[in-house]
Design a protein around this ligand. Sequence first.
Ligand code: NDP
Length: 523
Amino acid sequence: MVSTRRTTKAPSSSSRPSSPSPPPASPRGRKRTPSASTILRSRTKKNGEEEDIPISTKETKNHQKHGYEFGGPIGAICITILLPLTCYFLVFACNETTGCDLIESIIGLAKEKKKNSFSLLMIPEKMTPVFSLESCVLFLGWIGWCVMLHALLPASIVKEGVDITSGESGGEKARFRLRYKLNGFRVFMTTAVACAVGTYFGQIQLRSLHAKFLSLLTAGCAFAFALTTFLYVASFRVNKNDKSKKKKKTRKNDGIDNGPVVLANGGNTGNVAYDWFIGRELNPRFSNSLFDAKVFCELTPGLIGWLLLNFGFMHEQYARLGFITKPMVLVNAFQLMYVVDALWNEPAILTTMDVTTDGFGFMLVFGDLVWVPFTYSLQCRYILENNVDISLAMTAFIVIVQATGYYVFRQSNGQKNTFRTNPNDPSVRHLKSLKTKRGTNLLISGWWGVARHVNYFGDWLMAWAWCLPCGFDHIAPYFYVVYFGVLLVHRDLRDGEQCELKYGNDWKRYCEIVRFRIIPYVY
Ligand code: NDP
């Protein structure tokens, strides 16, 4: 992201660990009420000016077909309750005080039968209290630190995102592009240097994050609920402000035009619980600046926070044992590589479903700020608390799995990115593609010819490489690989539906040519 080469590229079509959608509750439910207003698209006139033109009736019908996801309002409520509970469950069910037998006991795989499995569910002694003001301040301080660095550090790129067709915005529909300040990699580097210096001089004790883990989780959950509610309530400001105005609302300052304030198609159903969960507003921006709350949360505090927790567990292991074990090194190195890759390729976020389609509601707020750091760090915590070690042969095998996964992940994401941004690039010019009525062609050879989401396969292989260092004594550390598999299958279905709406019959033709969804010759 800091290289000049990158600054010349348009945003890629994604190659980052975007915040996770929760596991699917169920497929679509009933249809939501479509808005009656006309949908517009912009077209460049001969004189170079942009004009708005209506989208065809067919496309409008497709647009209206979009219905509830995640099981509708009931699903949204259930997921909202289940997500935080799962985060706590993973701590209560697998910790130093009780061990990690609970899940095996529940599914009947425990080596020893315990009379009451739930006696294994306990608040770990080394992680009390569950709530502390100190951790709330720490959590808020962390968010504040990230916001401050994001605001102060220069951005190597202030890019335009992709075209965003809005939902209702004060009764109007609009199609526009936003500009973004992207400096997540610099925030990461500055934080890394600050932590290294602070640790060297004894001012920062990353190992204390282990003892504070539960109370930080509580602080994170409270923050996610509060922020989501704020975002939901704030999303109504648009309609209120626009009532008396005939013109589209735009926010301008120092030449920055953030475009109209718009609502997400999927999160604007009128059902409070569902909209609160999916997110009513598409790209919340609260000042005349380039600070975009969603893109910021997607990449900065959650991902870097995840690494800090991992490093905290490694530090704690060093303090306890006097050395760091191979599994701890492996998981820390792999996950560091994953996050650095995401931050280095930061523009990739701009073309993802999360940014262009989903509103900024509980699903993304919780996913970004709580789910990612507190559940993705489970393997490092498990390795610390269970003194796991593995053989050199196993280490070599895991490195091969990670390298293969990363290769598939990076190459496939990179190939699509290059194809989308510069189809004449020598690396993709030879690839076959399917012409579509929509205008953006679909690759049918290369990585995207072997499976429709082979990039997910690479990502999932990496998920295995993060879990295998935990050994085979317990199922709990394999939570990530199972959850992530479910997420990717569901995401592939969601993306398939979106692509069918976008491409119509051309997508069906593409699916006939590229038959496999994620894993070539398997699925
Ligand atoms: P993808 O990168 O898979 O992009 C999907 C889009 O690519 C489609 O909507 C379509 O958009 C375009 N496309 C589809 N097929 C083709 C084709 N044949 N040729 C050209 N373009 C095509 O989207 P995601 O955001 O789901 O995933 C990005 C990365 O993030 C993945 O590697 C995934 O594994 C990872 N991820 C990680 C998560 C985590 O928690 N760790 C969570 C979610 C994702 P269009 O045609 O409009 O350009």
